[in-house]
Design a protein around this ligand. Structure first.
Ligand SMILES: [Zn+2]
Length: 334
């Protein structure tokens, strides 16, 4: 039996033809740049484990945000480093908290730049958990239970204060049961029914968050987050989490981390009609940076391939510490 040779290479023979048949294209409108804001002035402090990522004070933030706007990146995701922490994370919902101040400042300077506010308590609690905890001693160790329903009230206060400061999108990352419903109700009651919720629907208990915990000084002081974040071994659980967020009123669904969980991005893309967000997290960033600094990989080619992979898997939006670099490369490539 004979059959003709299938000439796949006809469509690969020139850059022009390859461009015409390309299925997935990265665009600057896909990106969200995370930013860390701290109290003080004149601060631009590089994070050890994340070369090229900094803590900014409100004054130095101006220049950074200008760069982001000039590059055409449509949105930033704000994380705050508070002056002081306590057991209930009170600076998370203080109207003069660092995230609220930074939001007001950015919206004043660049009303069109979208501010996504991360809504959680772990950067603001002295124990580093995402909600209120009940602590007790067992065999000489401090242990704690995260109090789900008590935490919801504080998260709602945080979300409302962020919206009042001018945040365009609320991104609750805490994974308490019922968090989307609670925040949706709280926002609606406070007159913010127009503000969308980007829910961290599928957030795995992952080792890829290590560098972020240095950046935000938010490592749990006892225990871990496995009672409210997901087991990396599970897929069906991701569907249950996303399903409940959709029912509770989420407007966008996030998968975090992204690289080791692209099957989950694709699954959510196929199962739901909401925009899907992939979070290219700190550990994914640091691995690439470290290898690039050694000269072992080509940073630009690797990053482009990683971001393209996320988009191909079905992400509409990519939160990435590489947003500025990628935006620059896309511009150079044109
Ligand atoms: Zn948290």
């Amino acid at each position: 039996m004979s059959f003709p040779i299938v000439r796949h290479r006809r469509l690969r023979q020139s850059a022009g033809i390859r461009g015409m048949v390309r299925e997935t294209v990265l665009d600057v409108n896909d990106f969200v740049q995370p930013i860390f804001v701290a109290h003080g002035s004149g601060i631009k402090r590089e994070i050890n484990s994340m070369p090229g990522v900094y803590h900014f004070s409100l004054d130095t933030l101006e220049e950074e945000v200008k760069d982001i706007v000039d590059l055409g990146i449509p949105a930033v995701l704000l994380f705050g480093i508070p002056e002081s922490k306590d057991s209930v994370g009170s600076s998370a919902y203080d109207e003069n908290g660092i995230v609220q101040q930074a939001t007001r400042k950015i919206k004043e300077l660049y009303p069109d730049l979208l501010v996504v506010a991360d809504t959680c308590l772990c950067e603001f609690t002295d124990h580093g958990h995402c909600g209120m905890v009940h602590t007790f001693e067992r065999d000489g160790h401090v242990c704690g239970d995260v109090l789900n329903d008590e935490s919801l009230e504080l998260l709602v206060r945080t979300a409302v204060s962020q919206a009042q400061a001018g945040a365009d999108i609320i991104a609750p990352s805490n994974m308490m049961d019922g968090f989307v419903h609670a925040i949706r109700t709280g926002l609606d009651e406070a007159g913010f029914s127009h503000i969308p919720i980007m829910s961290y629907s599928v957030k795995y208990a992952s080792a890829f968050y290590g560098p972020f915990r240095e950046a935000a000084d938010s490592a749990p002081q006892f225990g871990d987050r496995k009672t409210y974040q997901m087991d990396p071994a599970n897929v069906r659980e991701a569907l249950r989490e996303a399903e409940s967020d959709v029912l509770e009123g989420a407007d966008m669904l996030m998968v975090k981390p992204a690289m080791a969980f692209l099957d989950i991005v694709r699954l959510l893309r196929d199962q739901f009609d909401l925009p899907i967000v992939a979070y290219n997290v700190s550990g994914e960033y640091s691995m690439v940076k470290a290898a690039a600094q050694q000269g072992w990989i080509s940073e630009r080619a690797i990053v482009t391939e990683i971001l393209l992979g996320m988009k191909r898997a079905g992400a509409d939006i990519i939160i990435t510490y590489f947003a500025k670099d990628a935006a620059r490369w896309l511009r150079e490539g044109k």
